[in-house]
Design a protein. Structure first.
Length: 97
């Protein structure tokens, strides 16, 4: 279902309406899920960037700073991924698509 929904998220609103049986709340939830997935991907990339910066750190203090930054980005990634999952599950529970 998740892979199917991710594909749906890139469709127009008219296509989403058709896929979800015209359920406006489903369309709204899928659009919100797409935003959360975007942010989860964004913060996941930031985590990777922080890891690269940590590897290139010249001092232990600088490495510690990037470790804390990684932890923050990891938390934001998980938060947005969970929010997207909840919305996708909500749509699936309605039985559309």
């Amino acid at each position: 279902m998740e892979k199917h929904v991710k594909t749906e998220l890139h469709l127009s609103e008219e296509h989403l309406q058709a896929i979800t049986g015209g359920c406006a709340q489903c369309v709204a939830d899928l659009e919100k899920a797409a935003v959360h997935q975007h942010y989860a991907n964004f913060y996941n990339n930031k985590t990777t960037q922080a890891e690269m910066m940590k590897i290139g750190s010249s001092t232990p203090e600088e490495a510690q700073k990037y470790t804390r930054l990684q932890d923050t980005y990891d938390g934001l990634t998980a938060l947005h991924a969970k929010a997207a999952d909840v919305l996708i599950d909500r749509v699936a529970a309605r039985g559309h698509g």
